[in-house]
Ligand binder design. Sequence first.
Ligand code: SF4
Length: 314
Amino acid sequence: MSAAAPLISVKDVAVTFGGTLKALDGVSLDIRAGEIVGLVGESGSGKTTLCRALTGLASPSSGTITVGGEPLDRLLARDALAFRRRTQMLLQDAVASLSPRMRIRALAEEPLKIHGLPLAEGRARLMTLLKRLGLTEDTLDKFPHEISGGQARRVAILRALMLGPEIVIADEPTAGLDVSVQGDLLNLLIELQGEFGLTYLIVSHNLNVVRRVTGRTVVMYLGQIVEEAATRALFDAPAHPYGAALLSTNPSVDPARRRQRIVLKGEIPSPVNPPSGCRFHTRCPHAQERCRVEMPELRPWGEDRRVRCHFPLV
Ligand code: SF4
């Protein structure tokens, strides 16, 4: 691992809702500047809560989050708008995130107004971004319902980049798009990351997206990180049985790597009353007695990998 100080550092963070629902529990994660990190796991695994915690929309009940070496709560208290300029969220439903009664031009300029930034400067940036994102000038005069899903996604990216962020958190960036435009959008996201020196956290159910775009992947289950590794190493050989099951559902493009599908028993349990010991033991095909009583720690495993399992697979 690189010795560079992480841009985002999450240490032992728990987020609790209503006093009993632990949406995150003991989450620790470092993201370095310029990285593209993928976040995977079923619905209910805590992915969304982690994104919300990183953007200051959910407050940890314990643990700390630092951004650029400064505690997030202090950054928010000092100047919440300044922090929001640094961290932008790309939402899954791009069309719904655009107000239907505003033209694209007004939508694109809205972040500048909210942040009190000079419009003249912002307009120059708008034209540069418009071109860079492959949108034509006449798009600016349209309403959101008059543009395609792919264009709406580009407008959402444009809005996010208007403020010159460092960090972009993308929730299912290609969901709902035709396969033909998904590839273009992913290429665009990768190019923009390099050009603007961005750091990405990409949440996706689409494992092909994660495999293609990210350098590192984090697997979550029931509010905890269960595995974190270089994306390539993880997709080649997951060490955690949950990661292995999740990846086995991914139709691999490489037949040599095609695995037998591992079907998990039952649904993800409720985070209000998680299983004792290893939280995955109720569904794990490799569970043993120890797993029912002793919660495994997330520990370093092999090279550049962490895994939360008493009996890792590799
Ligand atoms: Fe399965 Fe046990 Fe590992 Fe949990 S600790 S993932 S139950 S083998």
